[in-house]
Design a protein around this ligand. Structure first.
Ligand SMILES: *Cc1c(COP(=O)(O)O)cnc(C)c1O
Length: 480
């Protein structure tokens, strides 16, 4: 068994084993002609059920053969140009290399004595990101597992900084298009069921600042305490960016913590042409960035940033065995003092390798490409009589639906679009997402693959229209 551990005696086995696995994945990626095989749960589950975990194969090749059967052959592949569903990106190779390094060395970033250089690399990347964000010299932050955790931590700090301990009076104001993790965080933070005030959006799905101003006034009148405004820089469905300068102004007037959720829009920080879309983010008290969305990094890679490093103390607890108080006096950098996690992956290494190999502009250009594609896709959809498209994208999503000629029943249009999405997934020809707008069912492309072309989108739209036609044909048959 010892030889299964990565230690100095097994370096050779490590190379062989990883090489074999990497070659498998590379061959699989080269062979995928569709983003998905269309396999169903009922087909796949028995293959996994059959496997007896108490009877190991004892052999890497055999285990990889088995993995082909239960996972690799039928996985959903984000690198395929016709995977245009959720906020998942194809990953850049320097980051994948970073992933391989970090899991082999297995540093844990909670304390200096478990990571050494890893701690300093993470800190430097946080400083780099806060500088790009414009948060000022007192800024700091920490890597997290994702936007959900970043939003939770930011709101924890905001709650601790709020001017009351009366949880029942605390309110968070955020647009109706913001991410559901804001509500989840409110619940975890012990706030009441009415704690999150939903601010209406304009036709472009951006927070209406007049409504925000009104809600802030209403809070004041009702002796409620707005503990944070959560602005979104890139809503999950529409990629819309709330008017950050105006929101920052209102937060300053009312003395309210401004959190900017840039989980999706953070790629603009490195965009050579679109950085201005984030203007105003520099006024934030805290910011969420998900490198695993628009920096083309493998899951997980995310950070929470704060304007004032001292606010991170609300996450500080000391354990004698790990990060005793005296370590602070000795100026030993223990990142656990800033984090909700204890043992923590060295995810920062992936971004480090990416910046060292490709550079920030390289990443920014990739993000620009998908934003350009979305703009072209919008024009194509707007010109196509089969489709109705919702908003002109600021980033890289397109929300639309097929309106077949001659069909007027809204419920039937809903069913036809739902059917098209499911049928497409079952075929594996493309993977798309869906959402609702004004209670009607829409389809969504999230474009994060620079290899996706306008032709790919045209092909997928034709497939959607075909599935819709087919559904309506069958629907007529059912009626007659
Ligand atoms: C994806 C997303 C989140 C959640 O991030 P995870 O990394 O999935 O936890 C939060 N906010 C926005 C706007 C997002 O798009």
């Amino acid at each position: 068994m010892r030889s299964h551990l990565l230690n100095d005696l097994t370096a050779e086995q490590y190379c062989r084993s990883v090489k074999e696995g990497v070659e498998r994945v590379a061959a699989r990626i080269a062979a995928t002609d569709r983003p998905f095989t269309g396999i169903t749960v009922d087909e796949l589950a028995p293959r996994i059920d059959r496997i007896d975990l108490d009877r190991p194969l004892g052999d890497t090749t055999a285990a990889l053969d088995e993995l082909e059967e239960v996972y690799l052959r039928d996985a959903v592949y984000f690198h395929h140009p016709r995977y245009v569903a959720h906020l998942n990106c194809p990953v850049v190779i320097p980051a994948v290399l970073g992933e391989a390094v970090l899991s082999a060395v297995n540093s844990s970033l909670d304390t200096w004595d478990q990571s050494a250089g890893g701690t300093l690399i993470e800190r430097k990347l946080i400083d780099w990101t806060t500088a790009r964000t414009g948060l000022g010299p007192a800024a700091d932050g920490v890597f997290t597992s994702g936007g959900t955790q970043s939003n939770l931590q930011a709101l924890l700090l905001a709650r601790e900084e709020a001017k009351t301990d009366d949880l029942a009076r605390l309110r968070i104001l955020t647009s109706e298009a913001s991410h559901f993790s804001v509500r989840k965080a409110a619940k975890l933070l012990g706030l009441g069921p009415d704690a999150v005030i939903s601010v209406p959006v304009d036709p472009d799905k951006r927070m209406r600042t007049v409504c925000l101003a009104r809600e802030l006034e209403r809070c004041r009148r009702d002796a409620l305490v707005p503990m944070a405004v959560v602005a979104t820089a890139g809503t999950t469905d529409f990629g819309s960016i709330d008017p950050l300068p105006e929101i920052a102004e209102l937060c300053a007037q009312h003395g309210v913590w401004l959190h900017v959720d840039a989980a999706y829009g953070c790629g603009l920080l490195v965009s050579p042409t679109r950085r201005h879309l984030l203007d105003g983010i520099e006024h934030a008290d805290s910011v969420t960035v998900d490198y695993h969305k628009s920096f083309f990094q493998p899951v997980s890679s995310s950070a929470v940033l704060v304007r004032d490093a001292s606010t991170l103390r609300h996450a500080t607890y000391h354990a004698d065995y790990l990060n005793p108080r005296r370590a602070v006096l000795e100026r030993i950098p223990n990142q656990v003092d800033k984090s909700l996690q204890t043992t923590r992956r060295f995810d920062a290494l992936k971004l480090w390798m990416t910046l060292r190999v490709m550079g920030a502009d390289g990443i920014g250009r990739l993000f620009d490409e998908v934003c350009d594609l979305a703009a072209e896709g919008f024009r194509m959809l707007a010109a196509d009589p089969r489709f109705e498209v919702v908003v002109e994208p600021a980033l890289s999503t397109l929300v639309f639906r097929c309106i077949p000629a001659g069909v007027t029943d809204p419920a039937e249009i809903d069913r036809a679009n739902l059917h098209a999405r499911k049928a497409l997934f079952a075929s594996g020809d493309a993977v798309i997402a869906g959402t609702t707008v004004d209670d009607r069912h829409y389809l969504k492309f999230t474009l994060l693959n620079p290899e996706t072309t306008l032709d790919d989108l045209a092909v997928v739209l034709d497939l959607i229209a075909d599935h819709v036609e087919q559904y309506l044909g069958e629907s007529l048959d059912r009626a007659s």
